[in-house]
Design a protein around this ligand. Structure first.
Ligand SMILES: Cc1ncc(C[n+]2csc(CCOP(=O)(O)OP(=O)(O)O)c2C)c(N)n1
Ligand SMILES: [Mg+2]
Length: 675
């Protein structure tokens, strides 16, 4: 017999019958402790404590084929407590995922290995999402479970799987967990089954130091089916899973476990959480577990039993592939397109057609309103586009005719009311994107992007197409005042690598930015949109997406320019007005619109130099802090924007008060020209 990763099996297959649950679970424990010991770093406690749960799940329940861990209708398994990564790596190795060799386990936490400190998507095949920041995995899994139901509502039984999560005490202490479980319970996501590794230990010591929540009661209050079991009793684990699978609600299985199960002195204490156990503790564990084998050696009968478990899902996968072939071809092709993440072939045409129309429309509107107009058309043309809002639907303008609402047990829609749960929404959006079949977007006010930031960062790290619409993008929101007026947010978001921050200046740019966000398969995007009306600036139709370069000359100078003015969003029209004022003083200025600083910085040097130009005076205007703009204007450049928090007043007064006006721009330029 040969395993998918090329290893040959020497022992006779007859030995398989003798392998017990304990031996299989102990294989996980041994690999976890040996890998952590070799790396002299990592977290052995969780894998050793949850090995029984994982063994039952992977050998008896999970719809999983180790040879194809990306099979679309597989059950998802999310290790929310990413510090226990060795659990996942051990499972991938034991079940025979071809890339996860024993050498990879021996290189745990080393540069270039498939076994980084915390599980990373898409770095390691078989890892469904990047975890490590506690709470994120659970909230992301809610998005996956929702995606499963929504795709099922659209395509029928070809989509039919469960989402399993292993969450630790820390996962459930994080605030995001409340947002996630509340929305999952409300939506009755009964395909979601969460194991709580209830070991009552975290880093500082016993959980009692800081927590006394009864998680079962808490989940029940959130409309979950929740039970408590002995997490070391395989029969109880199995029974609980079977009951959960029949539930009409999402399920919590609180599993009482012993962290570092098997360790002679550390088990059950916070000492088991992390760090290399050391030779004595390891030797004692081997004795306790009756595991006399050398490090990284799994006896053949045990490995064979695991490899067999890794193939359990193969026949179901083949049956699924056959069912896929039986689908009417048009429907199948659409389903496959959706899973590949390709946009509909007509997408480019749809954009061009709309763009032509927009070029003829001179009505001033807010970019949040422009975005709604764009979505009315694009959501119709792109059925995988999902919109929603964290309880700001009338302000975010993300609800359109083509996106009817989803609700409890009713998943045929494409609009998600996330409730006032920005963080849960952003993680849920990530889960929808990771599941496949959707291009999801959420929405809130830009100032509350802070509440989403940990999930946005993970989306960027994973390189997934998750979109957030953040309206009310500056002091231009006016009366709500400084609590709601973002000032540092654009800079803070631009600081996240691989996150595209778009700030369009009019409706044509809004369309271009939406197009870029939808086409960006490997980057999340943010659309920062205004509350206040803006004039239309692009009156000439161009098929080319000018925003794609991140910055382009929107207002050329009459003759050689003395001044270059760079601006984004609502300040582009202001820059164009300043250009007029300067012209009346005989100063030639050019205006560069910068809808996406990130894309601009990605251009090669020649392209960047061309956009920056050779005018001796450079000014940037943005109703936000300066940070980041020096890349365009240099440290000698002039910045017109904010240096502190905003103020509550009608927006025109606020702009005047903070001296973000065409006059201020023109004056600053003239002073520099004359100085
Ligand atoms: C958001 C976040 N905060 C802090 C940490 C650091 N950290 C890692 S594990 C952990 C808590 C450990 O307790 P628990 O979650 O119960 O895991 P166990 O020790 O039982 O494996 C903390 C605070 C983190 N990974 N993510
Ligand atoms: Mg714990």
């Amino acid at each position: 017999m040969e395993f998918p990763n090329g290893e040959k099996l020497m022992a006779p297959p007859a030995a398989q019958a003798k392998v017990t649950h304990d031996e299989m679970a102990n294989a996980i424990r041994a690999l976890a402790m040996d890998a952590v010991e070799k790396a002299k770093s990592g977290h052995p406690g969780l894998p050793m404590g949850t090995a029984d749960i994982a063994t039952v799940l992977f050998t008896k329940v999970l719809k999983y084929d180790a040879a194809a861990t990306d099979w679309p209708d597989r059950d998802r398994f999310v290790l929310s407590a990413g510090h226990g990564s060795m659990l996942l790596y051990a499972l991938l190795y034991l079940t025979g995922e071809p890339n996860m060799t024993i050498e990879e386990l021996q290189h745990f936490r080393q540069l270039g290995s498939l076994t980084p400190g915390h599980p990373e998507y898409p770095h390691t095949p078989g890892v469904e999402t990047t975890t490590g920041p506690l709470g994120q995995g659970l909230a992301t899994a809610v998005g996956m479970a929702l995606a499963e139901r929504m795709l099922n509502a659209q395509f029928g039984s070809i989509v039919d799987h469960h989402t399993y999560v292993l969450a630790s005490d820390g996962d459930l202490m994080e605030g995001i967990s409340q947002e996630a479980i509340a929305i999952a319970g409300h939506l009755r996501l009964n395909r979601l089954i969460v194991f709580h590794d209830e070991n009552h230990v975290s880093i500082d010591g016993p959980l009692a130091l800081a927590d006394s929540v009864d998680q079962v009661k808490r989940f029940q209050a959130c409309n979950w089916n929740a039970v408590r079991i002995d997490g070391h009793d395989p029969a109880a684990i199995m029974r609980a899973i079977r009951r959960a699978q029949k539930s009409d609600k999402p399920s919590l299985i609180a599993c009482k476990t012993i962290i570092g199960f098997g360790m002679p002195t550390r088990a059950g204490t916070s000492k088991a959480h992390s760090d290399a156990p050391g030779p004595e503790e390891i030797a004692g564990t081997r004795r306790n577990l009756h595991w006399p084998y050398e490090p990284f050696v799994i006896p053949h009968p045990i490995l064979t039993a695991w490899r067999k478990a890794g193939q359990r899902g193969r026949s179901r996968r083949q049956a699924w592939l056959a069912a896929l072939q039986r689908m009417p071809s048009a429907e199948r092709e659409e389903f496959e397109r959706r899973l590949r993440g390709d946009l509909p072939v007509s997408f480019g045409e749809t954009v061009a057609h709309l763009k032509r129309k927009l070029a003829e429309d001179a009505t001033p509107i807010a970019t949040r309103k422009a975005s709604q107009g764009v979505l009315e058309v694009l959501a119709q043309a792109v059925p995988e586009l999902v919109t929603g809002s964290a309880d700001l639907t009338p302000s975010n303008n993300t609800k359109v005719a083509a996106t009817p609402e989803i609700g409890p047990s009713s998943y045929a829609g494409r609009y998600i009311h996330w409730g006032v749960r920005e963080h849960g929404m952003a993680a849920g959006v990530n889960g929808l994107a990771l599941h496949g079949g959707f291009i999801p977007s959420g929405a809130s006010f830009l100032t509350f992007s802070d509440y989403c930031r940990p999930a946005l960062r993970l989306a960027a790290l994973m390189g997934i197409r998750a979109i957030e619409v953040f309206t009310h993008d500056s002091i231009g929101l006016g009366e709500d005042g400084p609590t709601h007026q973002p000032v540092e947010h654009l800079a803070a978001l631009r600081a996240i690598p691989n996150l595209l921050v778009f700030r369009p200046a009019d409706q044509t740019e809004t369309l271009e930015c939406w197009q870029l966000a939808l086409e960006a398969k490997c980057s999340p995007s943010i659309l920062a949109l205004t509350r206040q009306n803006l004039p239309q600036l692009r009156h000439v139709f161009t098929e080319e997406n000018l925003s794609a370069a991140g910055a382009y000359e929107i207002g050329p100078a009459a003759g050689p320019a003395t001044v270059s003015i760079f601006a984004s969003g609502s300040e582009v029209s202001l820059a164009l007005d300043a250009q007029g004022l300067l012209a009346s003083q005989g100063i030639a200025a050019r205006v560069v619109s910068v809808p996406c600083v990130d894309l601009f910085l990605k251009q090669d040097e020649a392209a960047r130099r061309k956009i920056i130009g050779s005018a001796p005076v450079r000014i940037a205007v943005e109703a936000a802090v300066r940070q980041g703009w020096d890349a365009l204007i240099g440290d000698n450049g002039i910045f017109i924007g904010m240096t502190g928090f905003g103020a509550s007043a009608p927006y025109k007064d606020v702009y005047k008060f903070f001296k973000i006006t065409p006059e201020a721009v023109a004056e600053a330029a003239m002073r520099r020209c004359n100085g």
